[in-house]
Design a protein around this ligand. Structure first.
Ligand code: UFG
Length: 334
């Protein structure tokens, strides 16, 4: 095992939602993170004061070389990127730049400067509209939007780079990430969010008038879209497991689903929010949103077995409670 005392982890996008939770998980496990973030969507206050922070861009090769040398970076966790699917359709080149070209630059910085381990935020969007559910890692990847393609290309770059150079990687394909740190240290803070649980807790707190239900004619038990919601702290913990696995077995790479393997419909999520808040949010039934699959549920057998990952917050009401607590704490800040 690497010496946690000297070996630091470079966290790109560490001022963002998932990155900031990964920093907390790394620190809680005794690892020492360093953050690089260009603050286009992240918040400086989301990074704890004792974590070295560099405001800058991951495609800045001289800056990366300096950070890696100055902090003895042994591994990179790469969260920085753009994540809004409809925006990727409107502006694909932004996604191929931010997600694909910048990842290429970052991977090159790792290889050039001798960083041997790389953990990548991939997505269930790489599967597109899967033919089978639950989705396994060997289910064909047929992304249906530029966002999914921009991430899948990075998976390919990592695979080819690991085959040619002294670097191993783990690509985690996230399902629907939600919730907030149970200790209230971080949460989803981006304004104008589109993700269901965030939108629903905003409505519950009067920050929105209603929640749209995008489609009631899906091939699901109640007609609304079904997703596999995973608590952000469990996802962050999976990254620490991935890091330790990469260090323990430097010849092995991983591409793994990260979800609970359980689906909840939009109506079930809204019922959970009503249950937790003991009130009824206003529901506004609308037509389907472009590009939404009926159902997206992970088969998570591989990550459970390989990493011994033990989810702690596999409970929809708990996810909602934590999201709500953070939303309250956030108030009007952002
Ligand atoms: N939904 C609503 N109303 C809303 C928001 C969402 O009904 O206001 C529905 C969607 O139609 C979908 C479900 O709630 O059925 C979940 O939608 P989200 O927007 O919360 O999340 P997505 O499943 O669209 O997106 C997530 C990730 C993406 C990733 C995608 C893969 O956030 O990064 O899964 O399908 F690309």
């Amino acid at each position: 095992m690497a010496d946690k005392g000297t070996f630091r982890i470079l966290v790109t996008g560490g001022a963002g939602y998932i990155g900031s939770h990964a920093i907390l998980a790394l620190k809680d496990a005794g690892w020492r993170p360093v953050v690089i973030d260009n603050l286009t969507t992240g918040f400086r206050w989301a990074v704890p004061g004792d974590v070295p922070f560099v405001e800058g861009d991951i495609e800045d090769a001289p800056l990366l070389a300096k950070i890696i040398a100055d902090h003895d970076i042994g591994a990179i966790m790469h969260f920085a990127g753009s994540i809004i699917v409809p925006e990727s359709v409107e502006n694909p080149l932004k996604y191929y730049h931010n997600n694909t070209a910048k990842s290429r630059a970052l991977i090159e910085a790792a290889v050039t400067n001798g960083v041997k381990h790389f953990i990548f935020s991939s997505t269930a969007a790489t599967y597109g509209v899967p033919e089978e559910s639950p989705v396994r890692e060997d289910t064909p990847t047929l992304p249906i939007n530029p966002y999914g393609r921009s991430k899948l290309m990075t998976e390919y770059m990592l695979r080819d780079t690991a085959a040619a150079h002294d670097l191993n990687y783990c690509a985690l394909r996230y399902f629907n990430v939600a919730g907030a740190d149970p200790q209230g240290r971080s949460g989803q803070s981006t304004a104008g969010a589109t993700h269901l649980i965030k939108v629903a807790v905003e409505a519950a707190l009067g920050k929105r008038e209603s929640v749209a239900i995008f489609g009631t004619d899906y091939d699901t038990p109640d007609g609304t879209g079904v997703r596999d919601y995973i608590h952000v702290n469990d996802l962050a913990a999976a990254h620490v497991k991935a890091l330790e696995a990469l260090i323990a077995a430097p010849q092995v790479c991983h591409t793994l689903n990260c979800g609970y393997g359980k689906g909840f419909s939009v109506l079930q999520v809204l019922d959970a929010v009503d249950r937790v808040t003991n009130q009824k949010i206003v529901r506004d039934v609308q037509g389907r949103r472009a590009g939404d699959p009926d159902s997206l549920i992970s088969d998570n057998a591989a990550i459970l077995e390989r990493f011994g990952w033990l989810p702690q917050y596999d409970d929809l009401d708990l996810i909602v409670r934590h999201a709500l607590a953070w939303e309250r704490k956030l108030g009007d800040r952002t």
